[in-house]
Design a protein around this ligand. Structure first.
Ligand code: ADP
Ligand code: MG
Length: 390
């Protein structure tokens, strides 16, 4: 029950309206700490409810009599900024808390006007935020809480210096909250330099991914016929909603065309699309208007697609960690999910390594001809090239 926290009844009402009945474990631990205005490092897996863990106490603390920015949340991507702002807006709806997502690719004049009209909770990507700081178009003097969300991802994307700069810009007294799924050394560094005896909450379990998730693999003897294999698989599995990952923009588009010829409600997403279009596609996918979304890894981190029943790796990801992030798009919030990976010969050693990470034997829908522990011979006939960009 959310009543266990002493929060504004208007915020409580909004939470129940959203259909949240009980706090998730990270919310149970983080909400009281944030209400006590402590610095905090909170580590929890994706899908554990970190957004509301932060947005609930923040909405409670916002003084709506003021029109100043009181909480600043820095997130790695535009999509996450939007998602975070929407969730905060919902939680703060009854209390009339205004949340806004500030990110690149949108008109700066419109963003400036929105900020002028009064924003309490600002969710921003580092680049655009810094543009606004430089052009003195933003007043951060009343920020009481700085939140770094998906901190590990931001460091992974090379935002360390940007974050340092943003932190330096907040010269007045404030507290800092850091949310992450893992604990890279940069987090320690930031904590030591800028946080005051932060409380640490770690709910990361030893198991690398949720147990409601099943991991299946299908061996494709001929890399050239993978698209046909995928189509056959989709027709057999009939996923309710499915996210299909490929390693290149070109393959994403090619796959999209191949699927669209035979299935309905297909769309695609990659970093080469205009921001507006990306937002529209994400929205449609979240509202289940799209059944099959073909995407690059732009869709693999942090985003909440709670309805996704299947994640399919058309290409095996370059790194095991990416596999976990992709797979983590399904089986969220207690639901079950399936991750199916198309495997070609040269992927076999990686599958073996992944099995160790997942701490289970790979479950083969169609096994490779020889033992997966055997290293494959040098492969002359490789699949399509150009699997490099994202
Ligand atoms: P994280 O940031 O940890 O990856 P999110 O904040 O995106 O997780 O939340 C994951 C999903 O869980 C979202 O769909 C969100 O609406 C849902 N959720 C969050 N808190 C609760 C709750 N207390 N009860 C039910 N669903 C919740
Ligand atoms: Mg999150």
């Amino acid at each position: 029950m959310f009543e266990e926290f002493e929060i504004d009844p208007l915020v409580l009402e909004a939470i129940y309206e959203m259909g949240y009945e009980n706090p998730t474990p990270i919310q149970k631990h983080a909400i009281p700490a944030i209400l006590q205005k402590k610095d905090l490092i909170a580590l929890a897996e994706t899908g554990s409810g970190k957004t509301a863990a932060c947005a609930i106490p923040i909405c409670h603390l916002v003084d709506t009599a003021s029109t100043k920015i009181q909480a600043l949340i820095v997130v790695p991507t535009r999509e996450l900024a939007l998602q975070y702002a929407v969730e905060t807006q919902k939680i703060g709806k009854r209390k009339k808390v205004s949340a806004f997502a500030l990110y690149g690719g949108e008109d700066m004049d419109l963003q400036r006007a929105k900020l002028k009209s009064g924003v309490h909770v600002l969710v921003a990507t580092p680049g655009r935020l810094i543009d606004f700081i430089y052009s003195r178009a933003i007043d951060l003097n009343h920020v009481e809480t700085l939140i770094l969300d998906e901190a590990d991802q931001m460091f992974g994307m090379g935002f360390y210096d940007d974050l340092e700069f943003i932190i330096q810009c907040l010269v007045h007294e404030h507290r800092t909250l850091l949310f992450s799924a893992t604990m890279p050394k940069e987090i320690r560094k930031i904590a030591q330099a800028h946080m005051q005896e932060p409380e640490e909450i770690s709910l990361i379990s030893k198991k690398p991914s949720p147990k409601q998730l099943s991991h299946q693999f299908i061996y494709c003897p001929n890399p050239q016929t993978r698209r046909e294999e995928l189509l056959a698989l989709l027709k057999e599995v009939k996923p309710t909603q499915c996210l299909i990952f490929a390693n290149s923009r070109r393959e994403v588009e090619a796959l999209y065309r191949a699927l669209k010829a035979q299935l309905s409600n297909v769309d695609f997403l990659h970093g080469g699309l205009e921001q507006k279009i990306r937002s529209v596609i994400m929205g449609k996918f979240q509202r289940k208007k799209i059944r099959y979304l073909v995407a690059t890894d732009i869709a693999s981190r942090g985003l909440d697609f709670s309805h996704v029943t299947h994640v399919i790796n058309f290409h095996f990801p370059f790194e095991a960690e990416t596999y976990l992030h992709r797979a983590g798009r399904t089986g969220r919030s207690g639901k079950t999910g399936t991750c199916i990976t198309l495997v070609i010969r040269r992927d076999l050693p990686k599958i073996h390594a992944l099995g160790k990470t997942l701490q289970k034997e790979p479950e083969w829908l169609r096994p490779p001809p020889s033992s997966p522990s055997q290293p494959p011979q040098k492969n002359k006939c490789r699949g399509k090239r150009g699997e490099g960009e994202s």
